[in-house]
Design a protein around this ligand. Structure first.
Ligand code: ZN
Length: 260
């Protein structure tokens, strides 16, 4: 659950539900942490519409994932799960959170997604990144948005992360070195991925879903292997960009680590 006041983060993941950041971007976020960067997460909802697990369980799971990831700041906007709309009800609190954390890079869901919250947040992200830098966008309902510690600024890059069934990526991040840790991060959400914690008493427990089935871990490995193979790596995470991806140095084209 949210730490009281957001602090600066170099890279921030916008997530419709607690678990999306870890599931879709865990590898990149772990690599960012390993590189000494501060990582932030903005969860839009508490996941109360989830088939499995309660809000309290998801909150505990997110806290466990934060300990594994070393998250610098995480906020939950408390918007209604399953009902995100691309209007000021979503844009205002996102602008407020990003102006407080001031990340250079923002991660958002791909705009095409089966889940309406993911698709909505993906569509909103471009507008939100723009509005962050609009000095007169300081809506009254986003309290404090134009306060001195939330001055307008604009993220340099928005990367759109994978949906459930796969995207045609513009960027694949080699996450081979952190993949085992990414799986641990995902498994912090025991109610969502895997059989879930054992219940006391005789109740049947939460219904099983595709995500909670044993096959899901295999799918996750296969999907990361699929994207990794495209760039000659064991495991990769897929991202899209809108517009050109700037190259400011030779490291981006000819990384030292890739020297033969
Ligand atoms: Zn989600």
């Amino acid at each position: 659950m949210p730490k009281a006041e957001p602090v600066h983060a170099d890279i921030v993941c916008l997530a419709p539900h607690p678990d999306d950041a870890e599931l879709c971007c865990g590898g990149l976020l772990l690599k960012a942490r390993d590189a000494g960067l501060a990582v932030g997460i903005v969860d839009c909802t508490q996941g109360e519409m989830g088939t499995r697990g309660s809000v309290a369980q998801r909150r505990r799971e997110a806290a466990a994932a934060d300990r594994v990831l070393g998250t610098a700041c995480r906020v939950n906007l408390g918007l209604p799960d399953g009902h995100l709309r691309d209007d000021d009800s979503l844009r205002e609190p996102l602008v407020a959170a990003l102006r407080a954390m001031r990340p250079r890079v923002v991660l958002a869901p791909h705009w095409e997604d089966q889940h309406p919250d993911h698709a909505t947040l993906g569509r909103a992200a471009e507008s939100v990144a723009f509005l962050c830098g609009a000095p007169k966008y300081a809506p009254a309902s986003a309290k404090g948005v134009a306060s001195p510690d939330r001055l307008p600024y604009r993220p340099e890059l928005v990367l759109y992360y994978n949906n459930r069934y796969g995207i045609d990526p513009h960027v694949v991040v080699d996450v081979s070195d952190v993949f085992a840790r990414k799986i641990k991060l995902v498994q912090c959400y025991a109610t969502q991925f895997g059989p879930g914690p054992k219940k006391k008493g005789k109740g049947k427990g939460d219904p099983q879903t595709k995500l909670s089935s044993a096959a899901f871990l295999g799918f996750l490995r296969a999907m990361h292997g699929f994207y990794g193979f495209k760039i000659g790596a064991a495991y990769g995470e897929a991202y899209c960009v809108k517009g050109p991806l700037p190259v400011r140095g030779m490291e981006a084209l000819l990384p030292e680590s890739g020297k033969k």
